[in-house]
Design a protein around this ligand. Structure first.
Ligand code: AMP
Length: 510
């Protein structure tokens, strides 16, 4: 038999022998492993019937639903490239992705059909389908007449499976190209490292347009043949309801902060849990400690990014060491991590430098950005993560990594990345604005909150409330500043660069 590097073939190899068992449960519906195979087969058949060239992109901006997951699996099965888009993106943002990625298919929520269709006409995309949160829409109608069997397309390890767009610091988003090998190798490593078992139940509350929910969480459960409790989003009441039936939960730090803020979140609620995983943004040591005191459970923090999937993890197996709050643990098996100075020399433990990585999980480059790709890889093939970190430190063993900051000015608010430059560009367009600087300030719930410091044009008066309303119309909600502060001027260094560190210090207690 021909060996198949298709990611779906790997995932399906982990499905349980009894495929009539429940694989996905939502509050009102259950899907068996047979359903996953059949639904993804029908959708893959539909995509195959479009006779698209290999490597064609399928752009998807839909609410989270089991069908949306099936669409992802179907795209991979059909040998096409999945391109998820944050549901918060507005027309101008989506237009950029469609123009850049040139997908052959776009799937959207029916409420956005009008403007998506207009964009599709403009960008020459022939195939537009709708998929709503309840699974209905033209995609389901078209798939219903397709066959329930599909031979998963044979893929090569380096074939692309997905493109994840990460916003660029210069305002231009970059599409991280992920291959079947990148995704498969990471899924296999995590299965072992986190001790996934067929009798696990994953409480899945993360969005599925991002590496965390789409790859780390879903692949883990699928490859283990473990059931998922599938919720459209994080909600404290629902989490409290489903935790007693679950064994694994993955979340961004905000989820854990919110659970702890609720007195009903107790040791009793988590009695069945085997593993709580946190990532996408730094987990405060305070949260880590309070969580352990409240529940007796030790959150496992891990570190990764769209370009690399998972890189490091605190140990699951106690034989490998303790889980240490404030650290992101040890490099995963097969992943190499180094901390280097500006000249590229490896630094010893305790010294802060740039984090660089290498491994089968690391992406091949940014979509149609060969220049940018060259810049982000060293001559000897290491990817520059843009994160700043150190090995070891006070009371931390030397083989544990700590992320201390970001070399660029990325803000992470509620687990979502916000690039200041993009928002500054929009604010500077607003009437009466001379210039602006967008920074992240500490926020107890979101980790960081977006704050805009704005300087008025001479003779102009800015109304922050009115400006916020204007920004809401053209920016995804998570990017809209929580506060707009009017200042007389922006602090600058001798090179004329705005000193954001000064602003962050000034507004840290906002
Ligand atoms: P994304 O590509 O959206 O997943 O964002 C990746 C970035 O999130 C990384 O480069 C880090 O800056 C940050 N990140 C992810 N996990 C952690 C973590 N556990 N601690 C600190 N930062 C993290």
């Amino acid at each position: 038999m021909e060996s198949n590097a298709n990611l779906y073939a790997l995932l399906a190899s982990g499905f349980p022998p009894d495929r009539s068992q429940a694989a996905i449960e939502t509050p009102d519906q259950a899907y068996s492993w047979n359903d996953i195979e059949e639904m993804s087969a029908r959708l893959a058949s539909l995509l195959q019937a479009l006779a698209l060239p290999s490597g064609a992109r399928v752009a998807v901006q839909v609410e989270k639903s089991p069908t949306a997951l099936m669409l992802y699996l179907a795209t991979v099965r059909a040998g096409l490239v999945y391109l998820p888009l944050n549901t918060a993106y507005r027309s101008a943002e989506v237009e950029y992705f469609l123009t850049d990625a040139e997908p052959a298919v776009v799937v959207c929520d029916s409420k956005n059909l009008e403007w998506i269709e207009a964009l599709a006409r403009k960008t020459d995309i022939a195939n537009v389908y709708t998929l709503d949160a309840d699974g209905s829409g033209s995609l389901a109608v078209a798939a219903a007449s397709q066959g329930s069997q599909f031979d998963t397309v044979v893929s090569q390890p380096d074939d692309l499976a997905a493109i994840l767009y990460t916003s660029g610091t210069t305002g231009r988003s970059k599409g991280a190209m992920l291959s079947h090998r990148n995704l498969s190798s990471n899924a296999q490593v995590l299965k072992e490292f986190w001790g996934w078992r067929p009798d696990d139940v994953l409480l899945h509350m993360l969005p599925i347009f991002h590496v965390h929910g789409l790859f780390v969480a879903s692949h883990g459960a699928l490859l283990a043949g473990a059931k998922m409790i599938w919720l459209p989003k994080f909600n404290v009441d629902q989490a409290l309801h489903y935790l007693p039936q679950s064994t694994v939960m993955m979340g961004v730090p905000t989820y854990y902060v919110r659970l702890l803020a609720d007195a009903r979140f107790t040791r009793e609620v988590t009695r069945n849990m085997r593993l709580f995983i946190s990532g996408s943004a730094p987990l405060l040591t305070e949260t880590f400690t309070e969580f352990r005191e409240r529940t007796g459970q030790t959150i496992l923090e891990r570190y990764g990014m769209s370009e690399t999937i998972m890189l490091t993890s605190n140990p699951y197996d106690a034989a490998l060491g303790e889980r240490l709050g404030g650290t992101v643990g040890q490099p995963l098996p097969g992943v190499s991590v180094r901390v280097v100075d500006e000249a590229g020399a490896a630094l010893p433990a305790g010294e802060i430098g740039n984090v660089q990585v290498r491994g089968p999980n690391v992406f091949s480059g940014y979509w149609r950005m060969p220049e940018k790709t060259r810049e982000e890889f060293t001559a000897d093939g290491w990817f520059r993560t843009g994160d700043v970190g150190q090995w070891g430190g006070a009371n931390v063993p030397d083989n544990y990594l700590t992320i201390v900051g970001r070399s660029k000015d990325l803000i992470i608010s509620g687990g979502f990345n916000v690039y200041p430059k993009e928002i500054e560009l929009v604010i500077d367009e607003q009437p009466g604005v001379d210039e602006s600087a967008v920074i992240g300030v500490p926020h107890p719930d979101f980790g960081e909150a977006v704050v805009a410091v704005v300087v008025e044009k001479q003779g102009c008066k800015i109304d922050p409330e009115a400006m916020l309303a204007g920004l809401k119309a053209c920016l995804a909600n998570f990017k809209v500043p929580k506060r707009i502060v009017v200042a007389a001027e922006l602090p600058r260094n001798t090179m004329g660069k705005v000193q954001k560190n000064v602003l962050r210090e000034q507004y840290k207690n906002l």
